[in-house]
Design a protein around this ligand. Structure first.
Ligand code: SAM
Length: 284
């Protein structure tokens, strides 16, 4: 596709996003079924590592109430469930080790009691504007056996359908750059978090090494749309994704926006030379 044509396509795609009938909605509607396979192909599987790092940084405890906005096909939610379960198993092992004289029945009962529900009443709500992405996520959850403590809600990051001060943690992974009014989404994140709650955002950012940056640009503009065409039969959507990354504010600018929304102790951490960054802030 010629550059001018791509630019025009992007203009079209960006002009009316944020609404269910908007162009961004159609991008994700169109890529939903191939979203996971494209993610693996485009990032050579590295997105999995970045998401794991996000979970380690969150370090949720049994009982944590998580809202994952722009949660798409559930990658963050499933990691959260695994993480909380492994934390709980660790705790139970420690407890059982300190009670040496328990019978086999007592040990087995301790495990079974928490097996079906998420430990400590933890819950994760996946919220996304796109029904198709959520549909793929729900199918995945069913297939992988996740059900307890997991719910799926259609909603806009700019106007979340939740009460104030409801969640311990708010995450948004590769989602905020698609939102039309980022400041509004940040205010909504602040509103729905409990005092003491944490905001965590994993997003593409600005590469800080000039040589690596050139290689990355080459890969993004020359390879990703081609992969999009080959795997998903959709050049335009992947051209949009690449362009939207370049339009997103750099690390320091985004940090200032998070502070403007009222968050404190805001910091960020670059991963893979700044291809992505994790921003963190607290509602204190
Ligand atoms: C690149 S996907 C990321 C999905 C998932 N978080 C992940 O990391 O795999 C971006 C998601 O943002 C959603 N999205 C775009 N605009 C949104 C908005 N205003 N409110 C909520 N979700 C939105 C899209 O529907 C899509 O599912």
């Amino acid at each position: 596709m010629a550059k001018a044509e791509a630019g025009a396509a992007l203009g079209e795609l960006c002009s009316i996003n944020g609404r269910p009938d908007g162009a961004v909605y159609h991008v994700f509607e169109s890529v939903a079924k191939k979203y996971d396979i494209m993610n693996d192909s485009m990032s050579l599987g590295i997105h999995r590592l970045w998401k794991d790092i996000l979970l380690h940084q969150m370090n949720p405890y049994p009982g944590t109430q998580l809202l994952d906005v722009a949660g798409g096909t559930g990658d963050i939610a499933f990691r959260f469930i695994n993480y909380v379960r492994s934390q709980w198993e660790h705790q139970i092992r420690q407890k059982l080790k300190s009670h040496q004289n328990l019978s086999w029945q007592e040990i087995s009962k301790s495990y079974q009691e928490e097996e079906l529900k998420l430990p400590g009443g933890s819950q994760v709500v996946v919220c996304d504007i796109n029904k198709e992405m959520l549909k793929v996520g729900k199918q995945k959850a069913q297939h992988l056996g996740y059900s307890e403590g997991l719910s799926w809600v259609v909603g806009n990051a700019e106007e979340l359908p939740f009460n104030d001060s409801k969640f311990d943690v708010y995450t948004i992974a590769f989602g905020i750059r698609n939102v039309t009014h980022i400041d509004q989404a940040l205010q909504e994140a602040y509103r729905v978090l409990k005092p003491g709650g944490r905001f965590l955002c994993l997003e593409f950012s600005q590469v800080n090494n000039p040589l690596f940056s050139r290689l990355y640009d080459l890969y993004s503009f020359q390879v990703i749309p081609v992969l999009g065409e080959i795997i998903a039969g959709d050049w335009k959507s992947y051209q949009y994704l690449v362009e939207s990354i370049r339009h997103f504010p750099a690390q320091e600018e985004f940090k200032a926006m998070i502070e403007d929304a009222g968050f404190l102790k805001v910091e960020y951490r670059n991963l893979t030379s700044g291809i992505v960054a994790i921003h963190s802030g607290f509602k204190l």
